[in-house]
Design a protein around this ligand. Structure first.
Ligand SMILES: N[C@@H](CCC(=O)N[C@@H](CS)C(=O)NCC(=O)O)C(=O)O
Length: 199
């Protein structure tokens, strides 16, 4: 597999995911800050919007961290990062899988742009509803689905750790503790070390 990535971007969570899988993969650098640098010819096929992360797994090409996480966890079930298709937790897993791109990120963008929120009209509700829902979702559980870490924790965990690191996480014991647990995972730490070239 080729993972197209760039340091200090959302591709950190895809690197974290791949490090959790234990699968072999190559990281292929796409310098999103300098379009004049040569790029792997598969990158535009994998990423229609030219965004990282993106993945090429043989003939399978796709972009978006949530789509990549869903694909990798299903395609390589030995990684045990997704409930099976007939597991009752599957519904909740998919819902949390898309919570980051579908709810957290638009809600954050809206809040920090100063735009007027409209909880009913906006698909993401608003920032406060997002936090309330996220906090209730983790509750006193270890991981978002319960006792077992899954690819949904890579997605939700990346949101919790991002908000914590950048001072956007309102006082919330469950979310703070969840972010700490995510950051303590060896695969998370490797993803950060790889960003800075320390691994
Ligand atoms: N929803 C996407 C967002 C990806 C994204 O916005 N990537 C940014 C970096 S954080 C990017 O590649 N920007 C470069 C560009 O748009 O040219 C995901 O989660 O993968």
């Amino acid at each position: 597999m080729k993972l197209f990535w760039c340091p200090k971007t959302r591709s950190q969570r895809a690197v974290w995911l791949m490090e959790e899988t234990g699968l072999e993969y190559d990281r292929v650098l796409i310098d999103i800050r300098d379009a004049s640098k040569p790029r792997d010819p598969d990158f535009p096929k994998a990423s229609p919007m030219g965004k990282v992360p993106a993945l090429a797994d043989g003939a399978v090409m796709l972009a978006d961290s949530a789509a990549i996480a869903i694909y990798v966890a299903d395609r390589y079930p030995q990684t045990r990062l997704a409930p099976a298709i007939d597991d009752p937790k599957r519904g909740s897993y998919l819902w949390w899988m898309v919570f980051t791109p579908g709810v957290v990120e638009p809600a954050m963008a809206e809040k920090f742009s100063g735009a007027e929120p409209n909880r009913m009209r906006s698909g993401w509700g608003d920032f406060d509803l997002m936090i309330e829902t996220f906090e209730k979702g983790i509750g006193d559980k270890e991981w978002i689905l319960g006792d077992t870490f899954s690819a949904a924790d890579v997605m939700c965990g990346s949101s919790a750790t991002f908000m914590k690191q950048f001072g956007m996480l309102p006082a919330s014991k469950p979310l703070e503790a969840y972010a700490e647990r995510c950051m303590a995972r060896p695969a998370f730490q490797r993803s950060i070390a790889l960003e800075s070239g320390d691994a």
